[in-house]
Write a protein that binds this ligand. Structure first.
Ligand SMILES: [Fe+2]
Length: 280
């Protein structure tokens, strides 16, 4: 893809690019936005440095990718803009996203992606890694791909209950209320990306519980095998956050892992999530 209005610097051969020459605090023209969107489809996660976003500009930029998700049931949010989740960690709130996952796969329509803004960044540590799930799928043998054809797996929000960080998940009653609102969902193990038409692996170690129609032991073994694939460095990019950096990822074809090595130092990020579609 040729880019005329933005400068794209790939961060590796498989996933990730930094975009330069764009000020996200100002409204973007349609042509510039189209190039950014094309870069997202090409690189799966794109990064901008040294941005100054207020809640309005953050919402405006995220809203160009699609409708915004309603507020997350567990994450704290900005009172003035409840669609902006505040991800804040310090000594009392240790980070918990140092596990590979795709966001919000417990919804019937998991998000298209997210726009994450680095507000307060520790001096060192706290990188985030993303993995290309097309590449993970492509690395499977033909026999493995055949075995996965048509399989579906169940994803659940339940994992938040095990966390001590979220007030509304602390007691069983509140968690079961939220489970009623967001019951476990079944998604294909391999999904076809609605824009690129390419296949990617769509199970993750955080939310995927079991593969339908399979003995639990067999399902655990297969999920363990598949979820381990994402740990291969050749499928990944690692991003070092700086204050004002923005990451946008395609949540349909990636997983991410937020390294927790900065704890107990303080970090604050703000995230807006963009609505997706039913995985096919
Ligand atoms: Fe996440």
């Amino acid at each position: 893809m040729k880019y005329d209005l933005i400068h794209v610097r790939p961060l590796g051969p498989v996933i990730g690019a930094e975009i330069h020459g764009v000020d996200l605090s100002k409204p973007l023209g349609e042509a510039t936005f189209k190039e950014i969107e094309a870069a997202l489809h090409e690189y799966l996660v794109i990064f901008f440095r040294d941005q100054t976003l207020d809640p309005e500009s953050h919402m405006r930029f995220a809203g160009q990718f699609g409708d915004l998700e309603p507020p997350h049931p567990f994450f704290p949010k900005l009172e003035s803009h409840p669609q902006i989740s505040v991800l804040e960690n310090d000594e009392a709130r240790p980070p918990e996203t140092n596990i590979w996952h795709t966001d919000v796969t417990w919804r019937d329509k998991p998000p298209l992606g997210s726009v994450l803004y680095g507000v307060d960044i520790p001096e060192i540590g706290g990188d985030t890694l993303w993995a290309n799930m097309y590449a993970v799928y492509d690395s499977l043998s033909e026999q493995e791909k055949e075995r996965l054809e048509g399989l579906r797996a169940v994803h659940s929000i339940e994992v938040f209950g095990a966390s001590g960080n979220y007030e509304n998940a602390k007691d069983d009653g509140a968690l079961s209320e939220i489970l009623k609102q967001y019951p476990p969902r079944s998604h294909p193990v391999v999904r076809t990306h609605p824009v690129t038409g390419a296949k990617c692996l769509f199970v993750n170690a955080t939310f995927t519980q079991y593969i339908e129609g399979m003995e639990r032991q067999e399902s655990d073994a297969l999920l363990g095998y598949l979820c381990d694939k994402v740990k291969t460095p050749e499928f990944q990019v690692r991003f070092n956050w700086t204050k004002g950096a923005v990451a946008v990822w395609d949540n349909r074809a990636t997983q991410h892992y937020a390294v927790a090595d900065y704890w107990p130092n303080y970090r604050r990020m703000q995230r807006i999530t963009i609505s997706g579609d039913v995985p096919q």
